[in-house]
Design a protein around this ligand. Sequence first.
Ligand code: FAD
Length: 293
Amino acid sequence: MTDSQRGGGTSLSFEVFPANTQVGTKKLIQTLNELQDLQPHFISVTCSNNKANIEETTVKIADYVTNTLRIPTIAHLPAAYLSKQQVSTILGQLEKLGIRHVLALRGDIVEGIPPKRDFSYASDLVTFIQEQAPYFDISGACYPEIHPDSDNRISDIKHLRKKVEAGCSQLITQLFFDNEQFYQFKEGCSLAEIDAPILAGIMPIINRKQALRLIKVSSSQLPKKFLAILEKYEHNPVALRDAGLAYAIDQIVDLVTQGVAGIHLYTMNQSDTARQIHQATKSLFQTTERLGV
Ligand code: FAD
């Protein structure tokens, strides 16, 4: 049985990130207002790994999504640089606002800045939340093409299983451009008896800057078909955008057809991209079932 058959439909959700400037925040609010019409199952709000004022960034945006837009929200929580006390405070702030779903993350370890010792891995955070605030729903991150710190797929999946057993109700993947990598990963999870629903993270590549950055830093496999688009339309912004959107839509159609539990769209804070993808694929998604706010 596929994930979508088991869960009664495929979900569509969005990721946004808090902006660094006032102008960026104003634009993000506008984006969020526009995303509301698309009735996502939830919107997740990222959180910088190494910033002190989570209350002013992630918590504030999550509050807006939950309490102004009335859309279920997942607040990302990378904990490598937080103490248990700090995590308790953030959970308390979220709970007060009616936000009871977090994406429990370790976060990247920044070179030259030693992490705190309270949460060595995301599974430590999941266990802590289960003990301290068991009414929180917890999602976890996963990596179809293996987390870069991992030596091999087997150990990565073994650690993932531990994280799910600690209390994750669902997993969200790192972005990927080759669906075959996702299907192989899913098979590995099934063999390891990881049965949490896995939402596929999809990022439409719609401009040259984004494409070049991706080629430079990405640890994901970039299929020939995808690289050909980047090469051919590198200097034609309109065509690159059209082809990038079409590529993402093609990935989504294939994933949904093969029974993926959900699509989590990395929106890059652009509502028009999300809208165009939604317009092209909306009949594939179940829009009524939402996570409880
Ligand atoms: P973990 O699950 O702890 O895994 C990290 C590594 O440790 C893996 O290689 C794993 O195999 C290994 N490992 C796990 N447990 C053990 C163990 N017991 N013993 C030995 N090794 C172990 N980062 C941010 O800073 N902010 C965000 O908002 C954010 N959002 C994200 C959203 C998604 C959907 C994804 C996929 C990633 C996101 N990240 C974010 C990036 C993430 O923080 C980094 O990839 C980070 O390096 C790993 O975090 P994790 O929670 O996956 O770590």
